[in-house]
Structure formats: C-alpha cells, structure tokens
Design a protein around this ligand. Structure first.
Ligand SMILES: NC(=O)c1ccc[n+]([C@@H]2O[C@H](COP(=O)([O-])OP(=O)(O)OC[C@H]3O[C@@H](n4cnc5c(N)ncnc54)[C@H](O)[C@@H]3O)[C@@H](O)[C@H]2O)c1
Length: 262
C-alpha cells in the first residue's frame, strides 16, 4: 500500500482480518480504518453517512488496500443485520467489531436540565443500543470461529465526570458495564471484549462545542503534555485487536497521554 501511515509497529496476525468499524466515515474511525488496512486487514465501514463511508473505502483502495462500506444505522437492528449479512457474504468472516459510532461531534453541551430531550434519546439509541445491536449481530460468526475482538469505544470523560454533556457521559458509562459483562459471557469462545478510551483529539471534523482552548486545557492536564494524534489512538487499537493482546479482556485501554486514571 502507498499512504502516509507509519508502520513501524506491524501485526502480522491482523492480515486478512475483517474489521467492522462503526462510524468509520470520518474522524477517529476513519483513522482506525486506514491503519487496519495498512496492516493488511479488511476494514468494513458501517457508517450512517453513506457518502463518507464510500470515500474512506475509496481512499483505502486507492492506497492499494481492500475495504467495504455499508451504509448503516447502528440504532436499527434491521440495518445492523443487513450490514453483517453483507459483510459475511462479501468476506465470509467477521473477526473484529469496533463500536466507534456515536452521537458526539455535533452534540449539544449544556447543563443537564437544559439538554434537548430528543438528544438524550438519540445518545442512548446510538451509543448504547447501537453497540449492543452490533455485538449481538457479530457474535454468531465469532463463536463459530472461536476467535473475536469486540472493542467498545467510550471516553475518559466518564472518569473525569466532565460537565455539560450528561447524555453522552451516561451513555459511555453504560458501555463500560456492557464491556465487562460481555467479556464474561464471550470468554469461553475466545472472544475478548474491551473498553477503549481515546484521548481528546482534534480531527478533520469541526466540533462546535470544542474551541482550540479546550484542547489546550486538556493537553496541559496530561502527564504527556502534547496534543493527541490519530496514530496515538490507532496503534494501541491495532495491538488490542491483534493476537498479542489475546489474554486481555474486560479491561479499560486508555491512550490519553495520562489525562485520567482508572
Ligand atoms: N474526538 C475525541 O476527542 C474523542 C475523545 C474520546 C472518545 N471519543 C469517541 O471516539 C469515537 C469517535 O469519535 P470522533 O471524534 O471520530 O466522532 P465523530 O462524531 O467525528 O464521528 C462519529 C461517526 O459516527 C457516525 N454515526 C453517528 N450516528 C451513527 C449511527 N446511528 N449509525 C452509524 N454511524 C453513526 C457519524 O456519522 C460519524 O461518522 C466516538 O465514540 C467518541 O465518543 C472521541
């Protein structure tokens, strides 16, 4: 492949793995997809914004990799089932699920008594129910293969108890318990389930609720006082989904420069 991704860390075990990345059409999910493709894995972009999903697929193919994109609403079981069926008919396997899609970059930040009620509902539907639907849909393929990785992307804001997005933090907290319980249930099939807390990162996507000063404030609270890069997040994600991380399950994985501690 030809792209600008640094492959100093190479995980042979990721080659040909089929990796569903929900919300992979932009931001961090797009970064994961490009890094997995660079390892010879096959990303499946399960994205609400079909055009963005296709763009990431094309970007990977133009660099010499293989990828699929299926327009998906993770908050609809029918849509999730269609996506997993399409993945299986295209590739014959599902090895990794990264529950990355979220109501996030356009979220309203306000005291909880002022949050729009419909936004509370959509945060729960996408972040919590959507992760459950996707896990439920991929589990039969992983159980049959006796191998699998499920990664639930949540947030260090759960540890910090950050103010002004209670709907987001409540939904991400629920995913923490979901991880632990799923890890216990799926262990006998050699399927690991972990929580991933990315550091705060400025992606190509504008975030009206986070001006530059917010990123600088968090940077200054980190043990490693520099801004997060996509590589800082994608490389630990590769490791977690590789064979090397096979004995880690039910854990919180926190590449955030030491912003918060568990
Ligand atoms: N950016 C950060 O600083 C940061 C920090 C901690 C955690 N996170 C988490 O990392 C993940 C990715 O963050 P990001 O910055 O790339 O967010 P983002 O808002 O840029 O991307 C989210 C993606 O999810 C998609 N999506 C939304 N609803 C969907 C649905 N119903 N079905 C399918 N796709 C849907 C969106 O279209 C979008 O492409 C999120 O789970 C977020 O909570 C981000």
């Amino acid at each position: 492949m030809t792209d600008d991704i640094d492959v100093t860390a190479h995980y042979e075990s990721l080659k040909d793995r089929v990796v569903i990345i929900t919300g992979g059409g932009q931001g961090i999910g797009r970064g994961y997809a490009r890094h997995f493709a660079r390892q010879g894995a096959i990303p499946v972009i399960a994205e609400l914004n079909g055009e963005n999903g296709e763009n990431v697929k094309r970007e990977i193919e133009e660099a010499g990799g293989t990828a699929y994109a299926f327009e998906t609403d993770v908050g609809s079981m029918d849509s999730v089932s269609a996506m997993t069926e399409a993945t299986l008919s295209a590739t014959g396997r599902i090895d990794v699920l990264i529950n990355n899609a979220a109501v996030f970059s356009r979220i309203t930040m306000a005291p909880f008594w002022e949050l729009p009620l419909d936004e509370w509902d959509s945060a729960m539907r996408v972040n919590v129910t959507g992760s459950f639907y996707c896990a439920r849909a991929v589990v039969p393929a992983m159980q049959e293969a006796k191998w699998g990785r499920i990664v639930n992307v949540t947030s260090g804001t759960v540890a910090l108890g950050s103010a002004n997005y209670l709907h987001y933090i409540t939904s991400k907290s629920a995913m923490l318990g979901m991880t632990r319980s799923m890890a216990r249930e799926l262990g006998p099939w050699n399927v690991t389930v972990n929580t991933f807390w990315p550091g705060i990162i400025k992606t190509e996507v504008p975030r009206p609720s986070a001006p530059d000063a917010v990123f600088e404030m968090f940077r200054d609270q980190q043990c490693l006082p520099r801004l997060t890069t996509i590589e800082d997040l994608a490389k630990p994600m590769l490791f977690l989904c590789s064979e090397e991380a096979k004995y880690m399950t039910g854990q919180i994985f926190e590449p955030d420069g030491g912003l918060s501690f568990n």
